[in-house]
Each structure stands twice: as structure tokens, then as C-alpha cells.
Design a protein around this ligand. Structure first.
Ligand code: HEM
Ligand code: FE2
Length: 346
């Protein structure tokens, strides 16, 4: 309930900040799209309040995946696209027409595939074969916009170093690290959501796999890789805009370590435990049955269990070399605020 209230407050803050831009000429459509996509975030989170501990399981699962699927794979992806388009427009890298067109194309692709695709979480909640057929086909198409996003990430590599024809200055205005974070979003979108999501998406795979470590493997790589890293891209974008050039010279060192620490930590979690552990569990499910693969004794013994201990190393890299430096970089803003880039960017 607190989160729902927080999201509604956040929407009000967005509305207050975007209202002047929506009235202004030229950029009003992009600003309005930003607000609409932001409104979908609290609206599609609210179904979390529609069930309680006594609700029927099939009903709970129905609403649960409004949040897990429609929220993250549909409207949050759309919001992320509008956010990135707006950031690139603010940096002067793309025209408002291009940014707006990209948003419309993405809206058609994400929502077209993602809304019916929600049913890939309802294969086994008693919804019948029509759901299996439609949901598996449409959710498979979700990989198309994700691949396009990855191609975008390659473009970011070029955009990062582009300079303006007259002044020779780099257009990204010192926002190199925000762009690196966006490139990482593209990478994890492809690996975490595209590959690992698709891997467990077919009904025949899901039948043996549902709710095993391969789900956690996909959940971690997609959820943190895409939305966690995206939030950090915005954080770094704002930190750069708020700090003077002098202060940023020091801050950027923490951002650099944090970037590699977080990405390497997440990759290590996947490589050392989540993926191999998931494959082991799936193998067990195929050979001995699903009940066996999810038995407590099976989860707390053998190689499966050893891999979980190995994961401590990956988690430590994530925390010590990822979370801590980024936290320091954020806290440094307290004493070093300036208007260095603020005028240009905000
Ligand atoms: C950034 C986008 C995505 C995010 C953040 C995301 C996140 C998640 C999370 C957290 C879960 C676990 C839900 C739970 O059991 O409580 C999940 C499950 C699942 N995801 Fe995704 N996902 C994304 C994209 C995709 C895509 C593109 C596909 C397939 C094409 C996909 C297929 C699945 C399937 C089939 C499950 C169910 C697995 C199971 O219940 O065992 N996901 N996703
Ligand atoms: Fe989904």
C-alpha cells in the first residue's frame, strides 16, 4: 500500500514537472507521451491490491502477472523507451520527430505482443488451450522489440562520441557514463529478457521448468539488468548534471568502478549459479519428475547446493564493487552541487 501511495505521489510530481513542457510548442507531444506512459506505472501496479491471503490461487496468479508481466514487460518497457528518447533529445542527440516516432513504433511492438503475451504465465492456471496457443505465439514476438533495442545499444556506441559540426564539442556533454549504463540496459535486455526469457517461454519447456532456478536466472538478469540499470542510468545522468566539472572528475571514478562491479557481479551470479543450477534442476525434473526437482532435500544437497555457496563470491562483487561505489558517487552530490551542465540539460 505504501508503494502504491508512493507511485501515485510520483505521478503527481511527474505531472507538475511536465505540465510546462506539455504547454510549450514543439515538444508538447513527447512530453505528453512521457506523462501517459508514466501514468500507466501506478495504474498497472494497483491490481496488487486486488487480492489477499484468502483469495483463490488461480485468481491471485491472474492479478500477480498483471504486475509481473503487464507492468514490467509492457508498460515499464514503454516508459523506459520514452525516457531514453527524452534523455537523448535533451542531450541534443536526436530530433523531437525521431524521438516521437520511435516511441510510437515501440508502443505498437511492445503492447501488441506483450498484452496477449501475458498468458505465458497462465499456461497452468486452468485457462485452457486457446490461452496456451495465443500466449506462446504472442510472447515469442516480444523478442522483436528487444532485439531492436539491442541494435539501439550499438548505435549508442557511436552517438557517445559524436560532436557538433560547428563547435567541435562532444554532443553528449560529458554524459558518457549515462550512455554506458544505457548500453548495459540494451545488453541485459537481449541476454536476460530476450535469451533467458525465451528459453523458458515455450509451453513444453515451461511444463517441466516453471518456478525452477531457470526462472530466477531470467528474473535476475532481466529485472535488475534492465530496470535496475536503467534507474542507475537516470541517476548518473542527474548526478552529472548536478555536479560541477571539477567535482565530477572525482565522482566519475566511483561511477566507473560501480558500473563494472554491478555488471560483473550480475554476470557472475548468472554464470556461476543461476544458469548452471537451473539446467541441473531442469535435468532432474526431466529424469525424476517435477516433484523431485523441487524437493527440499534436492535443493539443499549436491552440486546444486555447492553452486549456491559459490554464488557468495558473485554477490560480494555486486555489493562491494557495485553498490558501495555508486552510493558514494550519489552521496558526493551533497557537498558538490553546481550548475555546470544544469542550464544546458534541464
Ligand atoms: C525486461 C523484461 C522482463 C522482465 C523484467 C521479466 C521479469 C520476470 C520475472 C521477475 C519473472 C518471475 C516471475 C515469478 O515467477 O514470480 C518472469 C517470469 C517469466 N518470464 Fe519474464 N521478464 C521479462 C521479459 C520476458 C520475455 C521477453 C519473455 C519471453 C519471451 C519472458 C518470459 C517469462 C516466462 C515464460 C516466465 C515464467 C517462468 C516461470 O513461471 O517459471 N520474460 N519474468
Ligand atoms: Fe511475462
Amino acid at each position: 500500500m505504501l508503494l502504491a501511495a508512493g507511485l501515485v505521489l510520483w505521478l503527481f510530481l511527474m505531472f507538475r514537472a511536465l505540465r510546462p513542457a506539455m504547454r510549450g510548442a514543439g515538444r508538447s507531444e513527447l512530453a505528453a507521451l512521457f506523462l501517459y506512459s508514466a501514468a500507466a506505472i501506478p495504474i498497472f501496479y494497483l491490481p496488487a491490491l486486488f487480492y489477499g491471503p484468502d483469495t483463490n490461487f488461480a485468481v491471485i496468479d491472474n492479478w500477480r502477472f498483471w504486475i509481473i508481466h503487464l507492468w514490467v514487460e509492457g508498460f515499464f518497457e514503454l516508459f523506459a523507451t520514452v525516457l531514453v528518447a527524452t534523455m537523448f533529445h535533451q542531450m541534443g542527440l536526436v530530433s523531437v520527430t525521431t524521438a516521437t516516432r520511435v516511441v510510437y513504433v515501440d508502443a505498437i511492438l511492445y503492447l501488441g505482443a506483450g498484452i496477449i503475451g501475458t498468458g505465458h504465465h497462465w499456461y497452468f492456471t486452468g485457462q485452457g488451450t486457446l490461452n496456451i496457443g495465443l500466449a506462446s505465439a504472442f510472447s515469442a514476438m516480444e523478442v522483436v522489440p528487444l532485439t531492436l533495442l539491442t541494435l539501439d545499444a550499438w548505435d549508442f556506441v557511436r552517438i557517445k562520441d559524436r560532436s557538433c559540426a560547428d563547435c567541435g564539442k562532444r554532443l553528449a556533454g560529458g554524459q558518457t557514463w549515462a550512455i554506458y549504463f544505457l548500453m548495459a540496459v540494451g545488453f541485459w535486455n537481449f541476454v536476460g529478457a530476450g535469451i533467458f526469457g525465451f528459453l523458458i517461454n515455450l509451453p513444453i519447456v515451461s511444463y517441466f521448468e516453471v518456478g525452477t532456478l531457470l526462472t530466477a536466472n531470467h528474473g535476475h538478469a532481466a529485472m535488475f539488468g534492465v530496470f535496475g540499470v536503467l534507474a542507475l542510468a537516470v541517476l548518473v545522468f542527474c548526478l552529472r548534471a548536478m555536479q560541477t566539472d571539477r567535482a565530477w572528475e572525482d565522482t566519475v571514478r566511483f561511477v566507473r568502478v560501480g558500473f563494472w562491479g554491478l555488471n560483473a557481479g550480475l554476470a557472475l551470479m548468472v554464470v556461476t549459479d543461476l544458469f548452471p543450477g537451473g539446467v541441473l534442476q531442469l535435468w532432474d525434473s526431466l529424469n525424476h519428475g517435477y516433484w523431485h526437482a523441487r524437493r527440499l532435500t534436492n535443493l539443499t544437497s549436491g552440486i546444486f547446493h555447492v553452486l549456491e555457496w559459490v554464488r557468495i563470491f558473485a554477490d560480494s562483487v555486486f555489493l562491494a564493487l557495485g553498490v558501495v561505489p555508486i552510493l558514494i558517487a550519489a552521496l558526493r552530490t551533497l557537498g558538490t552541487r553546481g550548475v555546470a551542465l544544469g542550464d544546458r540539460l534541464l
